[in-house]
Design a protein around this ligand. Sequence first.
Ligand code: HEC
Length: 149
Amino acid sequence: MNVMEIRNTLGASVLCAVMFIGITALPATLAADDDAPARETATAEPPDPRLVSRGKRLYVFCRACHATEEVKGSKIGPNLAGILNRPAASLEDSLYSDALRQQDFVWDEEKLDTWLLRPATLVPGTSMAFVGLPQEANRTAIIAYLKTL
Ligand code: HEC
């Protein structure tokens, strides 16, 4: 066997090995694909960092009345840490209006959107003295930020 022949034989066996690995790896890849949709539904959508930072800047409209860290408790308005999926008027240390106390809903994105457009439309008689955010993009950004609290 000369050098060329040795090279060819080596090359062929390497090629065989690669093909073999490729074939044996295939079922695992298919199985991983089958799992993918289940995993997607199990985890929440990752927040868009640019939207969140825009919302954080817009939160300047809320900061005077709402704290965001639980340890700080409530200001004039209730603390907003964990507001997503929290039942309305459910913090004990906050003074809520009777109008909000009488509500029987959980704060989801849709409710927050209506609230931030104009609080009194969602809850007539609310004590949140806030004109509202007419621009949908601003409401979306604040809600994205609220989700991170
Ligand atoms: C002038 C003060 C003030 C400003 C500004 C303000 N809020 Fe409020 N907010 C309140 C008060 C007071 C309440 C309680 C309302 C009630 O009991 O009717 C409230 C209630 C809320 C609630 C309901 C909380 C719960 O526990 O049910 C949310 C959500 C909320 N505010 C979000 C915001 C966001 C987001 C902003 C900024 C865009 C904002 N607020 C701006 C005073 C304010």
